[in-house]
Design a protein around this ligand. Structure first.
Ligand code: F6P
Length: 323
């Protein structure tokens, strides 16, 4: 293998740049030519491919976002799109790929490998931490710390005005971001898709808190919560407890930006190098991850289809700590 390509795809995540940097530098270290593919699979289809040097990734390790840009490509979901992508890779002589992204990225990579057999390894780049095969994904730690910082600020105003705040965090279908935000942010209640928390349980817990002279409350809600989104939940709670003055804050995309934490830079660097060295060793169709401090490679299909479970003790911790 002489030439490899690297791209970022799906929702961006802090640390993607650190990972691109690691892929570029590890490739050059091992004597490979490295090509950046812009705008994810869209850029692969359109031939937005350029050779990168060591200096192409200078001064980016500390930056959020992705210098290669990202996209969720509809075209790559079509056979014709993937054919065009393959032709572009052939044109540039690219023999291996490093895909930095999440679920959708690896689904695409898996299908593409089945059809065209270009060796591909993935680095888990998503704030959601919802990928099986790694304890943490690149960007997760930063996103949690960003959300936590916001929750600390919300608590100040909640306390001053004696209000109830519903804070919605990202995470798609998982509660991985919500859990440490609730525990670390001292929330009274956490609502995640993995655990059932009825509106009755929420109002009962708030009433109990009021009876113990609590005057302000923070409820952290994962965006994928099955009872509904934060606005729907807030309305239902207010119908039962109209005397509680409440507000809703949706943290949204602020969680996707900002400079990566030390943990995310470390993880991104480690996994970027692992992908290059894995490709050189003949691995393919797998994601590099860290499980129990060990580097492991997990087939793309498992990262997408197997569910990484949330420790059920975490929701219990929120109950205990908010007594
Ligand atoms: O996968 C990362 C993520 O931020 C999810 O938490 C969220 O559901 C989704 O992406 C938002 O996607 P978009 O930026 O396309 O609105």
């Amino acid at each position: 293998m002489k030439k490899i390509g690297v791209f970022t795809s799906g929702g961006d995540a802090p640390g993607m740049n650190a990972c691109i940097r690691a892929v570029v530098r590890a490739s050059i270290y091992h004597g490979l030519e490295i090509y950046g593919i812009q705008r994810g699979y869209n850029g692969m289809i359109n031939g937005e491919i350029f050779q990168m040097q060591s200096t192409s990734v200078s001064n980016i390790i500390q930056k959020g976002g992705t210098i290669l840009k990202s996209a969720r490509s509809k075209e790559f979901m079509t056979k014709e799109g993937r054919k065009q992508a393959y032709e572009q890779l052939q044109k540039h002589g690219i023999e291996g790929l490093v895909a930095i992204g999440g679920n959708g990225t690896f689904t695409g990579a898996s299908i593409f490998y089945e059809e065209y057999g270009i060796p591909t390894l993935g680095a888990p780049g998503t704030i959601d931490n919802d990928l099986y095969g790694t304890d943490y994904t690149i960007g997760y730690d930063t996103a949690v710390n960003t959300a936590l910082d916001a929750i600390d600020k919300i608590r100040d105003t909640a306390d001053s005005h004696e209000r109830l705040f519903f804070v919605e965090v990202m995470g798609r279908d998982s509660g991985y971001i919500a859990i440490p935000c609730a525990i670390g942010g001292g929330a009274e209640i956490v609502m995640i898709p993995e655990a059932l928390t009825s509106i009755e349980a929420v109002t009962a817990s708030l009433t109990q808190g009021r009876n113990k002279n609590k005057t302000s409350f923070v409820i952290v809600i994962a965006e994928g919560e099955k009872e509904g989104n934060s606005t729907v939940i807030a309305r239902q709670v207010s119908e039962v407890l109209p005397h509680l003055d409440s507000r809703v804050t949706i943290l949204g995309h602020v969680q996707r930006g900002g400079k990566p934490t030390a943990s995310d830079r470390m993880l991104a660097s480690q996994l970027g190098i692992a992908c290059v060295e894995g490709l050189m060793a003949g691995r393919t169709n797998e994601m590099a991850g860290i499980v129990n401090s060990e580097l492991v490679f997990t087939p793309f299909i498992d990262t997408i289809t197997k569910k990484k479970m949330i420790n059920p003790n975490y929701t219990r911790m929120v109950d205990i700590l908010s007594v």
